[in-house]
Design a binder for this molecule. Structure first.
Ligand code: GLC
Length: 650
């Protein structure tokens, strides 16, 4: 575990030194100016490209003046202290970031504090580290995988097919640059939809993940490194929706590189990054999954390139902690799963997945596993690691036990008694058997099962959601037996889940009254379209990962073959419609980047299955033993963890 163990430096000290360094750089931060929008590739501009400026929106009283968070190193120019949280996850440290969303932080007198001689050397070392990191971000020092020690050997030797060549051309065309450096990929490059781009001209965090993996597996790491560091800067952005500011650890759903006149001039321009945290998104939904994807990608980047120094940086460690702080903070909830609003993930419109949707829980579990590996272990972080372990343990038990359905479980639910008021109720969530949908009675195969979409008091959402089930396998949230069961179900229900285009985002669709009430009569999410039972080829790479992990690559091969025949002819659509995925989606964008990148990543993983390990996690049996209930002498508290564990032994 914890690869950072041996290299750990005292965390408090480093933060202090960073703070010290930051106050010394109080002079105006360099920008990335250029005189024509297209000429910002001048070496001078590129060399200064480490800085962000927020866009000032006139007339918005809640917006602060431009330039406040403009320096990369200034973004982390805050005081950081570590205190225990009271109540709930008692052992979790909380990082307080002072004043960050209001004013630039000026720490008076820090320069005047005398630095003891023996620490002066350390100050200089950290200053040098900071300078070096700054240079790396802009200059893309991390180069070839060949030059990195410990990186995964992933070069593809095989001759590419024509389809792959086309996909690479399109993926390269989707690359977005910021001050002359690659920073991400645009969501779609659909010229036919130029006038209705909506926000498809932005770099989405979740959409970039398959692009990042394709680039990394090809040996191109600079774009991913830049992406990780620049989105980290955006994490600290001031964000407001109607006078309310959401949590500091929030990562944006997407961002756009804009070219704006420099200081009111018509001659000079500069590039700025403009993030969307949900404050412009349709429905104003916060993207809970963005931070989780960021953590998952950070770990994969380290494993593929061997550049572990990136995740050990103080600002990156702080970024991880801020995301975890948001996720692990106490609330009113009784469950270890994350409570979110509708549309807070890939399904970013109203689809009745508010509450505890499986997709978020599986990504959360995965991000916790990845963080545990990356957090630099020391006195300052041990409580956080303990809190992560506790949550992992509780979450895996909760999902394995209560979200899992197969024939046996459905039959149990069918015979449930209701209104049981007691600690040892069998029907803990008071599920009425009448909720079992008629489609499921026929659909559930004898062999296999899956995790349901959501669990709430008196409510089980029995729809099958692909992404959540795939990530449950990939992260080992599912037991090996459950993981096997999910793939068995997909094989058995191939026509429903893969059909003519892999893969259904969820099965089945909501129809009639359900569609009207649950989606709010959403014309984009009509039955068997878009999020409501549409087919999304981007899910291929995640399915491939799950198959490789379970030694069932042949299933992924079959699905990739289905997609490969149609995607280039259909111009790489975002999604497909109809029950079997026969039509290109009604409002589907063409040349959708994550369709292209998902296909390439799936192909590359199949050619190099060992690379799947950079994203997967193995079963951790210790997590099942670390149950708080077992410490209690209280006979009323009944825990069925051992049952869950032994289920796997059967
Ligand atoms: C749609 C999808 C979302 C995706 C975005 C950009 O809003 O629902 O998951 O990130 O398009 O492709």
């Amino acid at each position: 575990m914890a690869m950072g163990l041996s290299t750990a430096k005292p965390y408090h000290r480093r933060l202090f030194l960073l703070l010290l360094r930051c106050t010394r750089t109080a002079e105006p931060s360099p920008k990335c100016p250029h005189h024509r929008p297209l000429s910002c590739s001048s070496p001078a501009a590129a060399a200064e490209a480490t800085h962000l400026r927020r866009i000032f929106r006139p007339g918005d009283p809640n917006r602060f003046a431009p330039g406040i968070l403009d320096a990369f190193w200034g973004v982390r120019r805050f005081s950081t202290s570590v205190d225990p949280i009271s109540g709930g996850d008692k052992n979790l440290e909380r990082i307080f970031i002072q004043n960050m969303s209001v004013k630039p932080i000026v720490v008076d007198g820090v320069d005047a504090v005398p630095i003891e001689d023996e620490r002066k050397e350390e100050v200089d070392t950290v200053v040098a580290d900071v300078e070096e990191g700054k240079e790396e971000l802009c200059g893309g020092k991390v180069g070839d995988l060949d030059q990195l020690e410990g990186g995964l050997e992933v070069r593809q030797e095989k001759e590419q097919s024509e389809v792959e060549k086309e996909a690479w051309r399109l993926l390269d065309r989707a690359v977005v640059s910021y001050c002359g450096r690659p920073i991400g990929t645009v969501a779609a490059n659909d010229v036919t939809a130029a006038n209705q781009a909506v926000n498809y001209d932005q770099v989405f965090i979740r959409d970039f993940v398959p692009s990042a993996l394709a680039f990394l597996l090809k040996g191109e790491s600079e774009i991913v490194r830049n992406f990780l560091l620049h989105t980290l800067q955006l994490q600290s952005w001031e964000k407001t929706v109607d006078c309310y500011s959401p949590g500091q650890g929030l990562m944006p759903a997407s961002f756009k590189v804009r070219t704006v006149p420099l200081d009111g001039s018509n001659e000079a321009f500069e590039e700025v990054l403009d993030p969307d945290f949900g404050e412009s998104a349709i429905g104003r939904v916060a993207p809970v999954d963005s931070g989780l994807w960021w953590i998952i990608l950070l770990r994969a980047y380290g494993k593929i390139t061997g550049d572990y120094a990136l995740q050990e940086r103080v600002d990156v460690q702080t970024g991880i902690r801020l995301i975890l702080n948001l996720c692990l903070s106490d609330g009113f909830d009784m469950f270890p799963s994350l409570l979110v609003t509708d549309g807070s993930c890939m399904i970013d419109r109203r689809m009745g997945i508010h509450g505890h949707p499986l997709e978020i829980q599986a990504l959360f579990y995965s991000a916790l596993r990845c963080s545990r590996e990356m957090i630099t272990f020391n006195d300052g972080s041990k409580n956080l690691v303990r809190a992560i372990n506790n949550r992992l343990s509780a979450l895996s038990f909760h999902i394995r036990e209560y979200y899992w359905v197969d024939m046996k479980k459905i039959n149990e639910i069918y015979r449930y008694k209701t209104e049981e008021y007691s600690h040892d109720a069998i029907n803990k969530f008071n599920i009425y058997p009448e909720q079992i949908p008629s489609w499921l009675v026929e659909w559930m195969p004898d062999k296999g099962g899956y995790f349901i979409g959501n669990l709430q008091p008196a409510h089980m959402d029995f729809r099958f959601f692909s992404l959540g089930n795939f990530w449950a396998i990939v992260s080992s949230l599912a037991t090996p037996r459950q993981a096997e069961g999910i793939l068995n179900l997909i094989e058995d229900k191939w026509d429903d889940i893969v059909g003519r285009m892999p893969l259904k985002i969820c099965y089945p669709s909501l129809e009639y009254e359900e569609w009207r009430i649950i989606t709010g009569s959403d014309p984009k999410n009509t039955p068997w379209s878009y999020h409501n039972g549409g087919s999304w080829p981007t899910l291929l790479w995640q399915f491939t990962l799950a198959c490789i992990k379970m030694g069932r690559s042949e299933l992924a091969q079959r699905a990739v073959a289905v997609a490969e025949k149609r995607l280039p002819i259909d111009k790489w659509p975002e999604y497909y419609d109809t029950r079997s995925g026969r039509f290109i989606g009604k409002q589907s964008r063409l040349y959708q980047t994550w369709t292209i990148a998902g296909f390439l990543t799936a192909k590359m993983l199949l050619e190099n299955p060992a690379a799947a390990a950079v994203l997967t996690c193995d079963e951790d049996l210790e997590l099942l033993q670390g149950c708080a209930c077992s410490l209690s002498k209280n006979a009323r508290i009944k825990c069925s963890r051992l049952a869950a564990k032994s289920q796997d032994m059967k």
